[in-house]
Design a binder for this molecule. Structure first.
Ligand SMILES: Cc1ncc(COP(=O)(O)O)c(C=O)c1O
Length: 288
């Protein structure tokens, strides 16, 4: 990635880096801003250190910069967003991101969670933002594009001063040699990763187009899943049951404030065909 190794911290999954952030920068009486459909770990991490999670509305399943800025108080310590976001798959533009950072007081740490960076074509995951702003940390993971979720390898990149304080609470041997070796092999195998990312982009387009044609709502996704929106929570539950009966497991996302939706991972050609065939039959059955 062409980054300064002294400004990188590794974690047992990027979750551990997020945990270091809250442990270091927030505590009782402090506020941590997250967004309406944001990643479920953010409010959990806030509570873990006794801070108060403040959840702000999104605008049609996209992070709303103005809502975040309006929620900042003198007790705000950290702002979390995932970009691309989970489970919506949506993404802020570079201008929106810049406006958010420019609007934050310098003592608020902005966490740009880049778990899905690799799937957003040409995006640096926020590295250049970190280089311009000492109050921004980018987190990244081997759990998504590299397919190594079970191995638990993540990392963060920030100003030296931020990395230095995070390192003070990191256990010295948090990652094993096996984890580090696997990460190194994965990151060096560019050809394989590029192939996976290109396939994901093609299959993601196909899924979205087909879902929309079937009358299922689907925003443009910049991640490795799409969010399929049905006309009601009951329909989403019935679609989930139909998929399950065909041996296909997707994610119900009622806990994310999206009870009428299912998050469906983008698979390879055969997997995507199976999902679309099943949902096509399901929607046809309902229309009759
Ligand atoms: C937005 C986001 N951030 C962070 C993570 C944590 O990933 P890991 O701890 O496996 O690196 C996930 C995993 O689902 C995620 O969706």
């Amino acid at each position: 990635h062409g980054l300064d190794p002294d400004r990188i911290i590794c974690g047992v999954g990027s979750d551990e880096v997020l945990q270091f952030v809250v442990q270091t920068f927030a505590g009782p009486g402090d506020q941590i801003i997250t967004t309406e459909h944001g990643f479920s770990m953010y409010p959990i991490l806030a509570r873990m250190v006794g801070a108060t999670p403040v959840t702000v509305p999104e605008d049609m399943r996209r992070v709303d910069v103005d809502a975040i800025l309006a929620a900042v108080t003198d007790r705000t310590r950290v702002v979390f967003i995932a970009n691309p976001a989970n489970p919506t798959g949506t993404m802020l533009t570079a201008d929106e991101l810049q406006r958010l950072i420019d609007g934050l007081p310098p003592q608020v740490l902005f966490v740009h969670d880049g778990a899905y960076t690799e799937f957003a074509d040409g995006f640096d995951g926020g590295a250049s933002l970190v280089d311009r702003h000492p109050n921004v940390i980018m987190t990244r993971t081997f759990s998504k594009a590299y397919g190594l979720g079970g191995l638990r390898i993540g990392w963060g990149y920030a100003a030296r001063e931020v990395i230095d304080v995070l390192n003070r609470i990191r256990q010295p041997f948090n990652l094993s040699n096996a984890q580090m070796d696997a990460a190194q092999a994965a990151v060096l195998d560019r050809e394989f990763t590029d192939r996976c990312i290109a396939l994901n982009a093609r299959m993601r387009d196909r899924m979205r187009q087909s879902l929309v044609q079937m009358g299922i709502g689907c925003d443009e996704s910049f991640a490795n899943f799409v969010l399929a929106r049905f006309d009601s929570p009951d329909t989403a539950a019935a679609a989930d049951a139909a998929l399950r009966a065909d041996g296909i497991l997707v994610r119900r996302v009622g806990g994310y404030g999206l009870p009428d939706a299912l998050r469906i991972t983008v698979g390879d050609e055969d997997a995507v065909t199976r999902v679309l065939d099943c949902l096509g039959n399901f929607m046809q059955g309902r229309a009759q």
